[in-house]
Design a binder for this molecule. Structure first.
Ligand SMILES: [Zn+2]
Length: 407
């Protein structure tokens, strides 16, 4: 008996005819994933293949359980052809979205349905080996609880903040302890293929594939969290730059201050327009004597960004005022992006986007103030539709597309 598609996919020694067949099967799967179910005649036409070739490829993929015959299509007269399509539960992908104080893990099927989600699992992202160990434990725990056969789990997509080279699997901002790429280190602890991605790029991709984006192809996604991330979509494709480090929007030196940024430099946008900045300003204002509902049952030192977001949504004046200030500063930066990219759509996502109009309005007003009006007239500003799920959905889809070379 021949090898299954997955065995061939993971075998790096496949050459010649077998290699050609694997790549044709990926093309067929891609077609089903992106366009939907199809007849043999459709596939011949769209993929420029002969009917015997398509029939043989389908037979193999049916045997592997990846696609199935969905029966006759409705047609007027003549022989009715059969319709083929993906079997959603034939393959699964895990997405892991790492935040500063928690992680989200999700499972999607081949048809990109989110099957299981575990959100807000407590976790502390620190740049040390213990934090990496506990990440692997949490992923393993999630997998252990699944009832699907392990061989159907094809890959794990992990979103991490900072500089990530997705092609090599290296992470340079977090967990850069070994010669080996981080993706391989995690892979060895879990036993399933791992793909790393920058968190903001992954969120942008989720929003692009299953969120607020309709037909727009030139889109900027802002990940407004403790730091500020940016995902750039140009002509419908994620823009990576040479090594994947594009989008370091938070570290543009827009301010003339003495505040040292997370990156070690000073004056970065992040020092005046991020969740870190919000938390710092909030504490400074409390020290200066301002009042807030948060000081009723919390020490000033224990206040986190999430508390301030909740306070704003509960009408806390200080929280609302400082979020507006952050928004105004962000808007200055976004005005710069609009002048550079002339995007059709700018999406506000990440934790701070949960404050909705409190952050959107000052951003909008600063964009009007600081960008060229002819350019910003082209740009719609929207809130993320997927919210906290954007990263999970993006991670699952990216790993599916990478593994099956779907585009
Ligand atoms: Zn910086």
């Amino acid at each position: 008996m021949g090898k299954t598609f997955f065995e061939e996919l993971n075998n790096e020694n496949v050459t010649g005819v077998a290699y050609k067949n694997v790549s044709l099967k990926k093309t067929v799967l891609s077609y089903f994933a992106n366009v939907g179910n199809a007849t043999i005649a459709d596939l011949c036409k769209e993929l420029n293949l002969s009917a015997p070739k398509v029939t043989a490829l389908l037979a193999d993929l049916i045997q592997d359980g990846l696609i199935k015959d969905y029966g006759k299509v409705e047609s007027t007269g003549g022989r009715k052809p059969n319709l083929y399509g993906l079997v959603p539960d034939s393959a699964f992908f895990i997405g892991v979205d790492i935040k500063q104080n928690h992680i989200n893990i999700g499972l999607s099927d081949l048809q990109k349905n989110l099957i299981k989600v575990s959100e807000k699992i407590p976790y502390k992202l620190d740049n040390n080996k213990e934090s990496l160990e506990s990440l692997c434990t949490l992923i393993n725990d999630f997998i252990t609880e699944l009832t699907i056969p392990r061989e159907k789990l094809l890959g794990i997509g992990i979103n991490l903040t900072g500089r990530i080279n997705y092609a090599t699997g290296y992470s340079y901002s977090f967990f850069y302890f070994n010669e080996e790429p981080l993706s391989k280190i995690i892979e060895s602890k879990i036993g399933i293929r791992v793909f790393l991605e920058n968190d903001s790029k992954s969120m942008a991709y989720g929003e692009f594939s299953a969120g607020v984006v309709n037909h727009e192809k030139n889109v900027l996604f802002l990940n407004l969290d403790h730091g500020i991330g940016l995902g750039i979509l140009v002509n419908g494709q994620l823009y990576y730059g040479k090594s994947g480090y594009s989008g370091e929007f938070g570290h543009i030196p827009l301010f003339n201050n003495e505040i040292i940024c997370q990156c070690g430099k000073k004056g970065c946008l992040e020092t005046e327009a991020s969740g870190w900045a919000l938390t710092r300003m909030f504490k400074e204002r409390l020290l200066e004597g301002s009042s807030s509902i948060l000081t009723k049952n919390k020490n000033s030192a224990d206040i986190k960004m999430e508390d301030i977001i909740n306070a704003a949504n509960n009408d806390d004046v200080l929280a609302i005022e400082l979020i507006a200030k952050i928004g105004e500063n962000l808007g200055r930066g976004i005005a710069l992006l609009i002048n550079l990219f002339n995007p059709e759509l700018v999406i506000l996502g990440g934790s701070l986007a949960a404050t909705e109009e409190y952050i959107r309005l000052p951003i909008k007003s600063a964009i009007n103030k600081y960008s060229l009006s002819l350019v910003n007239q082209d740009t719609i500003l929207k809130m993320s539709k997927l919210g906290e799920r954007a990263g999970l959905i993006g991670a699952c889809l990216l790993v599916r597309n990478r593994l099956l070379s779907l585009s």
